[in-house]
Write a protein that binds this ligand. Structure first.
Ligand code: KG4
Ligand code: ZN
Length: 337
């Protein structure tokens, strides 16, 4: 089956064609980062308008790259939520219209399910069940994944998401928006233990996270030490986040008795986090799985892929109403009967 995937939940328009037999045939992403940068964050109305401009040209592009025509598509998968309502509506409207016109199913996909299953696009593929750490700009969650559609929330952030903490700290250090990757680069020039920052909730005894206090601690540090110490501050911040994320992952593996960890979402691209998790995995005989680096941030490939798995598991298509779900918990998805 050949599935077109449409992602438009935030500030990236992602299109892709996934073939359930041959794998990923083509994918393209247009990022609006430069457009939103001068506002210091995503402007929802601008995001929606840009998705409208990009979705058709990007569809043509991926179909051409895959050597396919619209007639060759067996289904259209799209991000139904969570995300920005207007942005989601662009993808949902486009995908449902295209599916209806071609007489193929439209499959509604949960954005986080896309991230969560994206490590299955790389080799070796993790077997179910596994523990998944979802770390993006909007979410920080630990899930137990029993299979496609079977997600149990183990813990999540009580305030800021990890990516949000990276972005806000980067802004404090004058690195612009979104600052996660820039902060990670700056941290490489700093000494992680030059300054000591707190490890919020590391020993809270549960699998929840908190990052807003860390941001405040960085603000205090910046005021005291000045921006000249930015590299050391970035390194100290990154080390604190990595300590907390890695500590909670190990606790989740212990609690569930599982040995497979999947890391997904934009922050999953962080090299310090990967190095730490890989080292811990060797020591504790766990295995860690990541999506391909270029599929860590938002993209259409993960949506096409998740859509294909849902269809194969008998979980699609969408019910014909194309209501979007800006707020939607992943644990609300029901597993296959
Ligand atoms: O998953 P994603 O593309 O979008 C959301 O659904 O949120 O994640 C974007 C987030 C941003 O906060 C960005 O700063 C962060 O991921 N990010 C990183 C890195 N690359 C992206 N954070 C730390 N280190 C990185 N290398
Ligand atoms: Zn995302």
């Amino acid at each position: 089956m050949k599935i077109l995937g449409v992602e438009s939940s935030c500030d990236e328009t992602g299109l892709a064609v996934y073939d359930t037999e041959a794998g990923l045939l083509a994918q393209a992403v247009h990022t609006q980062v430069a457009m939103h940068a001068e506002y210091g964050g995503v402007v929802p109305e601008l995001a929606s308008r840009d998705h409208i401009r990009r979705v058709v040209p990007l569809t043509r592009q991926v179909l051409a790259e895959a050597g396919l025509a619209l007639d060759d598509l067996d289904a259209v998968a799209y991000t139904q939520g969570p995300g920005l309502a207007g942005a989601l509506l662009v993808g949902a409207g486009f995908a449902n219209a295209l599916a209806a016109a071609r007489g193929v199913p439209a499959i509604a996909v949960h954005h986080l399910e896309g991230h969560l299953l994206s490590p299955l696009l790389a080799e070796p593929r993790p077997d179910f069940p596994f523990v998944a750490l979802l770390v993006s700009g909007g979410h920080t969650q630990l899930m137990r994944v029993g299979g496609v559609g079977g997600y149990e929330l183990l813990g999540e952030t009580v305030d800021d998401a990890a990516g949000e903490a990276f972005d806000k700290t980067a802004q404090l250090l004058g690195l612009g928006y979104p600052g996660g990757p820039a902060l990670a680069r700056l941290a490489e020039d700093g000494e992680a233990y030059h300054f000591k920052l707190p490890r919020p909730m590391l020993h809270s005894g549960d699998l929840d996270f908190s990052f807003s206090g860390l941001k405040t601690a960085v603000l205090t540090l910046v005021k005291k030490e000045g921006i000249a110490q930015a590299a050391h501050i970035a390194a100290a911040f990154q080390a604190a986040v990595v300590d907390v994320l890695a500590g909670k992952c190990l606790a989740a593996l212990k609690q569930t008795g599982l040995h497979r960890l999947v890391v997904a979402g934009g922050v999953g691209a962080n090299r310090a986090l990967r190095a730490r998790l890989d080292a811990e995995a060797v020591q504790h005989r766990h295995r860690v799985f990541y999506p391909p680096l270029h599929l860590c941030t938002d993209n259409g490939a993960m949506i096409a892929f998740a859509g294909g798995l849902r269809l194969e598991a008998g979980l699609g298509p969408a019910d014909g109403r194309f209501a979007v779900r800006p707020r939607w918990g992943l644990a609300e998805l029901s597993p296959p009967a």
